[in-house]
Design a protein. Structure first.
Ligand code: GAL
Length: 426
């Protein structure tokens, strides 16, 4: 009798466990997953590919479609994305910068799904820095995306042995660069600064602004406490003009990778670029940090870390939300972040990652991490942290006109008008 009961109980357990397994199987996400970004090559693709490869091992039933659109800083991808979102044809998930690029556009339009459940399930509320969570949340505490990294915008890149050969050192501030470093290099027949297309000029501008205005003055541009037409703000434009006069003539025709490559190959002395350039130097050019390339805070910005973060979200109406949730749960994990960031040039955003392991994160990352954890943190305008896409689009035009005219008073006045029209500082 007892034996029969035991046998029955065992059979029931077996049936239950099989049905649980079958249910789990049925619930496993499957189908197509379209991942939209601008990481197509030259220092950017490797990180994305590493993520997709591991994700595909974990979820063999999900068919990843890498829908990256070429163009540094998302200049082309964002236009395609906007058309698709407005046309009711969102990709399953897309790359978007933490901060105003996410909030002022997609969240404000009600086109993103909150992801708090994913954060709670994974214990991420304790694992991501609060300042970063604030950048991707609304006032009600809804969280709208998952960060894969922390990039630094204000980095000056160079090749140490080249500077030695040309007899110049890393300039402490922009005045030194303009008055001492630039003429010395020009004298030696070397292009002082490699700069690329329009968005890389806006990128340079924010490092000049931070260097000239300091942390409080720079922050004031975005919170309304620095007047865009003040003498200090006009000085930013004057300095930017003087810095651009030290750049290659073909700036508008080259990409950020071209500009970085010129520095690496000795065609120019310096370049200001985000630390995706480290990914490019390490992975694409196979350079040794500290030898093949060196770095410093952009002139005058020592002690300040201008941050931006690449994140992914779940748009309303995404064709396959189950697969997106699996992707996002993976992206935020320490495992994914430790696969992605060592090749992308960025720091992991998840604080339980292996960042302090020098085998995985070389000396560039160690120095960036030290600065990230000790410096004053400010947000990047060129990469969506502190100003809306409406401001950034208008600002690109102001940069373009300034390049043609060099008129700093007009650039300041136009920036003030743009800030007013787009709600910056309100
Ligand atoms: C930034 C982005 C980086 C990198 C860079 C150049 O906006 O955050 O991840 O891709 O553009 O394309």
């Amino acid at each position: 009798m007892f034996k029969k009961a035991l046998l029955l109980a065992l059979c029931i357990m077996l049936v239950l466990s099989v049905s649980v397994a079958v249910t789990a199987q049925d619930d496993a996400p499957s189908g197509d997953l379209e991942i939209f970004s601008w990481w197509t090559g030259g220092g950017e693709e490797a990180g994305l590919n590493a993520l997709i490869a591991r994700f595909s091992e974990l979820y063999p039933d999900i068919n990843v479609q890498n829908a990256a659109v070429a163009g540094g800083s998302g200049v082309n991808a964002r236009a395609v994305l906007t058309t698709r979102m407005l046309g009711g044809d969102p990709p399953d998930t897309f790359q978007v910068h933490a901060g105003e690029e996410l909030n002022a556009l997609w969240v404000a339009a009600g086109l993103m799904e909150p992801l708090n459940d994913i954060y709670e399930e994974n214990g991420w509320l304790e694992q991501f820095p609060q300042g970063l969570l604030d950048l991707i949340s609304d006032d009600m505490g809804n969280i709208y995306s998952v960060p894969v990294n922390i990039h630094r915008s204000n980095v000056l890149w160079y090749v140490p042995s080249n500077l030695e050969e040309w007899g110049v050192s890393v300039p402490a501030d922009w005045a030194e660069f303009v008055d001492v470093t630039c003429p010395a290099l020009q004298e030696a027949g070397v292009t002082p600064l490699a700069v690329g297309e329009n968005w890389t000029q806006a990128h340079l501008w924010e490092s000049v602004a931070l260097g000239v205005l300091g942390v409080d003055g720079y922050n004031g541009l975005w919170d309304g406490s620095t007047d865009w037409t003040s003498p200090e703000a006009v000085t930013v434009w004057d300095t930017f003009g003087a810095v651009m006069a030290c750049a290659n003539d073909d700036a508008n025709a080259i990409s950020w990778q071209d500009a970085s490559q010129r520095v690496a190959e000795g065609g120019a002395a310096f370049n200001v670029m985000g630390d995706w350039a480290a990914g490019y130097f390490l992975v694409d050019l196979a350079l040794v940090p500290g030898e093949g390339f060196g770095w410093a805070a952009a002139p005058g910005t020592e002690g300040a870390f201008m941050m931006l973060s690449d994140t992914f979200g779940l748009p309303t109406g995404a064709p396959n939300p189950g697969a997106v949730r699996a992707w996002l749960s993976f992206l935020g994990s320490a495992e994914a972040q430790d696969l992605f960031n060592p090749v992308k040039g960025s720091l992991p955003a998840n604080t339980t990652s292996d960042i302090t392991n020098p085998e995985l994160y070389n000396e560039y990352f160690q120095s960036a991490y030290e600065d990230w954890t000790s410096n004053a943190i400010v947000g990047s305008q060129a990469h969506g942290a502190v100003a809306s896409p409406a401001f950034s689009n208008g600002f690109s035009s102001i940069i373009a006109s300034f390049s043609a005219t060099g008129d700093s008073a007009t650039a300041s006045a136009n920036s003030a008008t743009l800030a007013l029209q787009t709600g910056v500082g309100r």
